[in-house]
Design a protein around this ligand. Structure first.
Ligand SMILES: [Zn+2]
Length: 134
């Protein structure tokens, strides 16, 4: 996975640039915040990752998991009420307060659930609020 620090401008794929701020582009080489997250946040984040945007042709493996020895390991999957689904192919977008927009990899659901990643508070609030208003 390509690493971007939380809060930096999204510039990963030029065709998807939309003024968003990066969240959750983790890499094993860089420390990241961990901790408990609200259950409503985790549930909503999984829903977003199940229906992502900006699908790319390639896919990423989780940089924090031990990489399987096989050259083409199966994709990382996330469990949801609607079944298990693969991540590492796409992105999610979340609207926050005051016109803020966040860009995260769909893998962020895996990071939160399996690696205890705790994104910035403003992102957590934005995800929970988006769930309430839809
Ligand atoms: Zn992982």
């Amino acid at each position: 996975m390509t690493y971007f620090e939380d809060g930096t401008p999204y510039r990963y794929l030029a065709e998807f640039e939309d003024g968003s701020v990066n969240v959750g582009w983790l890499d094993a080489a860089h420390p990241y915040a961990t901790g408990e997250v609200p259950a409503a946040f985790a549930e909503r984040l999984v829903e977003l990752a199940r229906d992502p945007v900006n699908r790319t042709r390639g896919w990423h493996y989780c940089n924090l998991c031990p990489r399987p020895a096989e050259p083409m390991p199966p994709p990382i999957t996330v469990k949801s009420d609607a079944g298990e689904f693969p991540v590492g192919f796409a992105e999610i977008r979340v609207e926050g307060k005051n016109g803020a927009r966040y860009a995260a990899p769909d893998m962020i659901a895996h990071y939160v659930l399996e690696h205890r990643y705790r994104p910035p508070e403003e992102f957590i609030e934005a995800v929970v609020q988006q769930g309430e208003s839809s």
